[in-house]
Structures are given as C-alpha cells and as structure tokens.
Design a protein around this ligand. Structure first.
Ligand code: NAP
Length: 248
C-alpha cells in the first residue's frame, strides 16, 4: 500500500477495552475502520465518536462473531462499501472462568464459539479479498494464558492456545499471497474484563508482572499498529508477548 492509498481496517469487539483503543489508534483520514460488537450500542457509539474526533471514520455494527450468517453479512457490507480489507484484528473475546470440575459445557462452548470459531469465521471471510489484493495483515489477540495456562481458565486458555496454532498455520498458508498473520499475547490489561476480578486476584496478578504494573490497552495497540505497518512486512507467524515480562 502506498502512503496515500485508502485502506480498510476491521476490528472485532471494538466497542470496549483493547478493541476500542485499536479502533481509535487507526483513526486517519485515509483509513476506514469497521468494528463489530455483541450488544453494547452506547459503547459502540462512543468508539465511533472517538475515531471521528481523532480525524478518522468508524462504523460499528452489532454482529455476533460466533454466528456464521452475522459474520457473512458484516463482511459482505464492508467489501461492498470499500471493495477491500487491508487489516483484520481478531480481538473480540470472552471469559467464562471457573475450576474445571465446575465448568459447565455451555461455558466451554460459549468461549470456544466466540474466541476460536469467531476468529476462524472472520479470518476465512477476509482471506478471499486479501488473496485478490495480494496483500493483507491479520492480527489475532491471544493471551499469555494461552501459553502458560491459568488455574480457573481452562476453557479460555485452550481457546487462546488454539488461536496461536491457527495463527501459525494460516501464516504458512497465506504467506505466498503477501498476507501476514501474527498473534499478540497480552498479559493483564486494565479493561472491563480484568476490572471484574476481585482485588485479591488483581493483587496476585501484580506479583507476577516483572515490570510491576498492569498493562493499558495502549500498550497492546502500539504493537498492533506496528504489525499492520510497512515496517512489519517481513514478520509472519509470530506471537508477540506484551505482558510486562510475565512470559520471558
Ligand atoms: P472487553 O473489555 O471485555 O471487551 C470485549 C469486546 O468484545 C467488546 O467490544 C464486546 O462487545 C466484544 N464481544 C464480546 N463477545 C462478542 C461477540 N460474540 N461478537 C462480537 N463482539 C463480541 O475485553 P478486552 O479486555 O478488551 O479483551 C479484548 C481481547 O483481548 C480479548 O480477546 C481478550 O481475550 C484479550 N485479552 C485481554 C486481556 C486483558 O487483560 N484484558 C489479556 C489477554 C488477552 P460488547 O461491548 O457489545 O459486549
């Protein structure tokens, strides 16, 4: 892509947390941002407003990434409006924490449907336009937990580890088409997802972070902007840890 070309960036789960920060970071007059979300219309409107305020354009669409038809409609709209997808950030994710013996099958399924199947459906949807363009960047938000595990998060950790295997496989598959596929593995980042944890759990998290602080969404966004940039042309199939040193 030349410096003046228009680009289309798609972020899943852009209404809150890390996704919201990613959408705002891509705000640029030459970039059209599309994001989806599960149900939080007011938060989505706020992301649209922030992107606009920062000089860009963003459209939020309520579309469940676990639904094949919702994902198909979401990308059909994007491709019919802009004719391309340059960057996909698979960010939407959920937790349904609990010790293994108490984990309900429905909680296992919900986490797999959103975190893994959602990423698969969105990536498959952008593969065709990216192959046609002979360019593209796919960035999957995994987690440090997918690499080191975490008691009480077996479903979430399995989904995040699955994202890494998927990233490496699709990176090999699409490399010849000039499409890079990488994963970012955040540690503990201050968002609604971690705010829901008790003070005791947060305190114990802090003890595990060599850099001595929880991360901010902007710590993740900086790496995503880099992976989407021209400077990252030669990087594919990698997992970039952004966790304050939780995994060294
Ligand atoms: P968050 O604050 O809970 O936000 C989640 C976002 O995903 C929201 O925009 C939500 O939409 C959307 N979403 C949830 N289910 C969806 C669905 N079925 N379809 C479409 N959108 C859906 O989460 P976060 O902390 O920013 O996390 C973002 C990603 O980073 C996740 O994949 C998470 O696993 C990963 N991560 C986070 C941390 C952390 O410490 N926060 C650490 C490692 C990895 P609504 O607003 O409509 O609900």
């Amino acid at each position: 892509m030349s410096a003046t070309e228009k680009r289309t960036v798609v972020v899943t789960g852009g209404s809150r947390g890390i996704g919201k920060s990613i959408c705002t970071a891509f705000a640029d007059p030459d970039t059209t941002v599309y994001f989806n979300y599960a149900s939080n219309h007011a938060a989505a409107a706020e992301t649209e407003r922030l992107v606009q305020e920062a000089g860009g354009r963003a459209t939020g669409i309520c579309a469940d990434i676990a639904s094949e038809t919702a994902v198909a409609d979401f990308f059909q709209k994007i491709v019919s409006e802009t004719g391309r997808v340059d960057v996909l950030v698979n960010n939407a994710g959920i937790t349904r924490d609990g010790l293994l013996v108490r984990t309900k099958t429905a909680d296992w399924d919900a986490v797999m449907d959103v975190n893994l199947k959602g990423m698969f459906l969105c990536t498959r949807a952008v593969a065709k336009p990216m192959i046609k363009q002979h360019s593209g960047r796919i960035i999957n938000i995994s987690s440090v937990v997918g690499v080191v595990g975490n008691a009480g998060q077996s479903n979430y950790a399995a989904s995040k580890a699955g994202m890494i295997g998927f990233t490496k496989s699709v990176a090999r598959e699409l490399a010849s088409r000039n499409i890079t596929v990488n994963a970012v593995a955040p540690g503990y980042i201050v968002t609604d997802m971690t705010e829901a944890l008790s003070e005791k759990v947060k305190e114990s998290m802090l003890q595990q972070i060599p850099l001595g602080r929880l991360g901010q969404p902007e710590d993740i966004t900086a790496v995503i902007l880099f992976l989407a940039s021209r400077q990252a042309n030669y990087i594919t199939g990698q997992v970039i840890h952004v966790s304050g040193g939780m995994y060294i």
